[in-house]
Design a protein around this ligand. Structure first.
Ligand SMILES: Nc1ncnc2c1ncn2[C@@H]1O[C@H](COP(=O)(O)OP(=O)(O)OP(=O)(O)O)[C@@H](O)[C@H]1O
Ligand SMILES: Nc1nc2c(c(=O)[nH]1)N[C@H]1C(S)=C(S)[C@@H](COP(=O)(O)O)O[C@H]1N2
Length: 196
């Protein structure tokens, strides 16, 4: 039995956190991970406003004290004055992982021309990978799972395909996925015997 990975889910929204509307970020993240992951996992969820010190403090708490190997944030990546998630993420990161942001913007352009307005980044802090997703709840599935053709075949692979191997490389638990949702890619040498 493999160790359950702890995944931080951080919804960053002024209006969801003050009750103006119901938060759909954390439910959407849970729903997608529930379909995508076949190995054990548990989440540590936080709903917070777009306040840079609070975002930094939350990311540090989840990475350093809650034992999260992966944190997914949603919201606050756009150009508005209150959108500061990328700045907070970069401030707590030890190493930037630019490929995630680049690839998410490419994937998202298949859905909306305003994809280029998302300044999303990803970083490694210690043994935790932190990835920003946009705030629109539907963008969670779009970026993690990618683009499908009308017949369900994959046209553009989602960024989650690269996350299990990245977590391996930083010392986290071995994550396995349901390949009908997202196929995790690992080099052959990194695939554990008896596992996909
Ligand atoms: N947590 C959320 N729950 C439900 N819908 C959301 C959430 N976050 C964002 N949205 C929707 O996605 C849109 C774009 O997200 P964005 O992060 O830019 O929010 P915003 O316009 O800065 O406002 P806020 O921070 O108050 O959610 C929002 O205007 C809202 O319609
Ligand atoms: N996949 C996907 N990416 C997306 C979107 C979307 O609907 N789907 N919305 C875009 C829009 S309209 C904005 S303003 C930016 C920033 O969103 P955020 O401030 O909610 O993080 O994400 C962009 N990326």
């Amino acid at each position: 039995m493999s160790t359950a990975i702890r995944i931080g889910l951080v919804s960053i929204s002024d209006r969801a956190s003050d009750g103006t509307y119901e938060d759909q970020g954390i439910p959407a993240l849970r729903e997608w991970l529930g379909r995508a992951l076949v190995s054990p996992w548990e989440d540590v969820a936080r709903l917070i406003p777009d306040e840079r010190p609070l975002i930094e403090q939350t990311l540090v708490e989840l990475a350093d004290h809650e034992g999260c190997s992966l944190i997914l944030t949603t919201g606050g990546t756009g150009p508005s004055p209150r959108d500061v998630t990328p700045e907070a993420t970069l401030a707590v990161g030890h190493k930037e992982m630019p490929g995630f942001g680049e690839e998410m913007r490419r994937i998202s352009l298949n859905f909306v021309p305003t994809a280029i307005l998302s300044r999303q980044v990803a970083v490694i802090r210690g043994s935790c990978l932190i990835v920003n997703l946009p705030g629109q709840p539907k963008s969670i599935r779009e970026t993690l799972e990618g683009v499908r053709a009308g017949d369900g075949s994959v046209r553009h692979v989602g960024i989650f395909a690269a996350i299990p191997y990245c977590v391996d490389l930083i010392g986290g638990p071995y994550m396995e996925t349901d390949e009908t949702v997202i196929k995790a890619f690992r080099p052959k040498s990194a695939v554990r015997p008896g596992r996909p």
